[in-house]
Design a protein. Structure first.
Ligand code: NB4
Ligand code: NI
Length: 186
C-alpha cells in the first residue's frame, strides 16, 4: 500500500522524464502498479482511511509519482454535485490527447499536486474537452471523450507522463490571468 513517504516530490528527476510506453501483455509488476495506484486514490478519499494513514486526498495519480517511469495513471473522479457518485474511474495506459477543444477551462481553486508540497496559486489553463486514445489492460487501443472536471484531471495526469507539472502552465507574472472566455469551475 502506498503512503505519502512513497510519493516522489518536485525536484526528483523522475517527475521530469517522459515515461516509458507500456508494452503488452501487461507485466505482473505493471498490473500491481495499476492496482496500487487506484488503491491509493480510494483510500485517500475515504474519510476514515485517509486521515488514518495520513494520505493527502487525490483524484488522480501517475506512475512517476510512485517512482515508476511508465506511462500509466489512475483517476478516480467523484461527481462535483453528488460526491457519492463517481464520474470517472479508470487507469489510463499510454494515454495521448488526440484532439482538444478551443474552449479553455480551469479549476477556480487552482490545482494541487501530491508531488508538490507547497501551495502554488493560480489558474491552470486546460482544454474543456479532450479525446484521449489509450490502451486497455488487454492492450487494445480505445478512445474516450471527456469534458470539464474529469478532462482536467486526465490532463493533469497525462502531463505527469510527459514530465510536466501544473505550475509550468500558470502565468508567472499574473497567476490569475487566463483567456476571457475560459470556463472557471468552482
Ligand atoms: C490531481 C488533481 C489536481 C487538479 C481537484 C482536486 C485534489 C489531486 C491531484 C486536477 C487533478 C493529485 C495527481 C483533491 C480533490 C475533491 C474530491 C473526494 C473526497 C477528498 C477529495 C478532494 F483531493 N484535487 N487533490 N489533488 N495529483 N480535488 N478533492 N474529494 O488529486 O498530484 O497527479 O475526498
Ligand atoms: Ni500531480
Amino acid at each position: 500500500m502506498y503512503l505519502m513517504k512513497d510519493i516522489t516530490r518536485d525536484g526528483n528527476p523522475v517527475l521530469r522524464k517522459v515515461a516509458q510506453k507500456v508494452t503488452f501483455p501487461l507485466s505482473e509488476k505493471n498490473k500491481k502498479l495499476a492496482d496500487d495506484m487506484m488503491e491509493y486514490l480510494v483510500n485517500s478519499q475515504d474519510p476514515e482511511l485517509g486521515p488514518k494513514y495520513g494520505l493527502r486526498a487525490g483524484v488522480g495519480l501517475a506512475a512517476p509519482q510512485v517512482d515508476e517511469s511508465v506511462a500509466m495513471a489512475s483517476v478516480l473522479v467523484p461527481n462535483l454535485e453528488d460526491p457519492d457518485k463517481i464520474d470517472l474511474q479508470m487507469t489510463l495506459i499510454n494515454p495521448v490527447i488526440i484532439s482538444e477543444s478551443v474552449q479553455i477551462t480551469a479549476l477556480g481553486e487552482g490545482e494541487g499536486c501530491l508531488s508538490v508540497d507547497k501551495d502554488i496559486p493560480g489558474y491552470v489553463p486546460r482544454y474543456n474537452k479532450i479525446t484521449v486514445r489509450y490502451d486497455d489492460f488487454e492492450g487494445n487501443s480505445q478512445t474516450i471523450r471527456l469534458k470539464g472536471y474529469p478532462a482536467i484531471v486526465c490532463q493533469h495526469e497525462i502531463d505527469h507522463l510527459n514530465g510536466h507539472l501544473f505550475y509550468d502552465k500558470i502565468n508567472k507574472k499574473e497567476p490569475l490571468k487566463i483567456s476571457d472566455d475560459a470556463i472557471i469551475i468552482e
